[in-house]
Design a protein around this ligand. Structure first.
Ligand SMILES: C[C@](O)(CO)[C@H](O)COP(=O)(O)OP(=O)(O)OC[C@H]1O[C@@H](n2ccc(N)nc2=O)[C@H](O)[C@@H]1O
Ligand SMILES: Nc1ncnc2c1ncn2[C@@H]1O[C@H](COP(=O)(O)OP(=O)(O)OP(=O)(O)O)[C@@H](O)[C@H]1O
Length: 283
């Protein structure tokens, strides 16, 4: 085998709480992460030497600043690999959107190279490498429905919440994760989500309790600056969503729907605005 193709899935944060700030500037979090069906395609091909990146999206760098490049370099150095690799990314996940598009590409590269180059690394060993690349990358190695703590790298599997209809809406703005965290005022958070309650709602597949009680505390930073995020949330609720919230550090908003039909009707409507819309489901 000299090539492999993987699906690198996007995530949404079904809840996002920040519990503190570490001395190194990173924040401690308590988040419920969920994979959605939307994905990039990542193709890996062995080469004689070096790391080459190709991507069909003009907003994504095709050089060493691509997070997929960093993942390949770190893994190949760690495993003492002497050959090279060509990485081709077919980008479908919106960029700088709060959907972990880059993190998921990086995780796909780690998993794919482990298989392609027969490195024999365990999942825990891959997670150890993933941690050094970014806070969301360890989760992207595992995927599914997970509680993420620490800075996002301490992962506990929850009851899988598959097949829930979701509409993703991204306004035409890019939001930097670093900017959001550095502008977060922990004293300004009046309401934290009850994560245990949300976990039991997921276990019972009780979307109504989940949506009524969830919270993304990073909205306290983004919504005052970008009113369009609140407008999208309101629009999705008016169109019949059970709940609607910003994913990660934004600006993408997701709406959760009772079934695929209501989601599709909302998607057709919301598509008329000047926003990027994707109809998908939890995976
Ligand atoms: C917002 C989320 O996407 C929610 O899943 C993650 O918490 C962010 O994960 P990520 O984008 O992989 O984060 P990194 O690439 O490691 O860090 C980007 C920036 O966010 C800040 N950051 C990130 C994660 C975290 N727990 N606390 C932070 O303060 C870091 O200081 C850094 O400046
Ligand atoms: N493979 C990649 N895919 C997307 N963006 C990349 C990639 N490599 C580097 N980048 C750069 O990283 C930045 C953040 O992109 P990304 O799509 O990963 O953000 P995000 O969805 O907000 O991530 P997260 O939810 O983990 O914070 C972009 O500005 C982009 O130029």
């Amino acid at each position: 085998m000299n090539s492999i193709e993987l699906e690198a899935r996007a995530k949404i944060n079904l809840s996002l709480d920040v519990t503190g700030r570490r001395d190194d500037g990173y924040h401690t979090v308590k988040m419920i992460m969920q994979t959605v069906a939307l994905h990039d395609r990542v193709m890996l091909e062995t080469a004689r030497e070096g790391i080459e990146i190709q991507c069909n999206c003009r907003w994504v760098p095709s050089n060493e600043s691509n997070i997929a490049y960093k993942a390949a370099k770190l893994l190949m150095e760690t495993a003492g690999v002497k050959t090279g690799v060509k990485i081709v990314i077919d980008k479908r996940i919106p960029v700088a959107a709060g959907l972990a598009g880059g993190s998921s590409d990086a995780a796909a590269v780690l998993k794919g190279l482990n298989t392609l180059l027969e490195l024999g690394l365990s999942t825990n060993e891959l997670i150890r490498v993933a941690k050094q690349i970014g806070a969301d990358v360890p989760y992207c190695i595992l995927g599914g429905t997970m509680l993420a703590e620490g800075i996002g790298e301490i992962l506990t599997a929850l009851s899988p919440l598959k097949g829930v209809a979701v509409v993703l809406v991204k306004p035409k703005i890019g939001v930097s994760t670093a900017w959001v965290y550095s502008n977060l005022d922990l004293k300004n958070i009046s309401r934290h989500p009850d994560t245990d309650l949300l976990i039991s709602a997921i276990k019972n597949r009780d979307l109504s309790t989940l949506c009524k009680n969830t919270q993304n505390v990073l909205e306290t930073v983004t919504i005052p600056k970008y009113g369009v995020i609140q407008r999208i949330k309101d629009t999705l609720m008016e169109l019949g969503a059970i709940g609607s919230m910003m994913s990660g550090s934004g600006p993408t908003v997701f709406g959760v729907f009772k079934n695929a039909g209501t989601a599709e009707r909302a998607y057709r409507h919301v598509r008329k605005f000047n926003w990027e819309c994707i109809l998908t489901s939890t995976y």
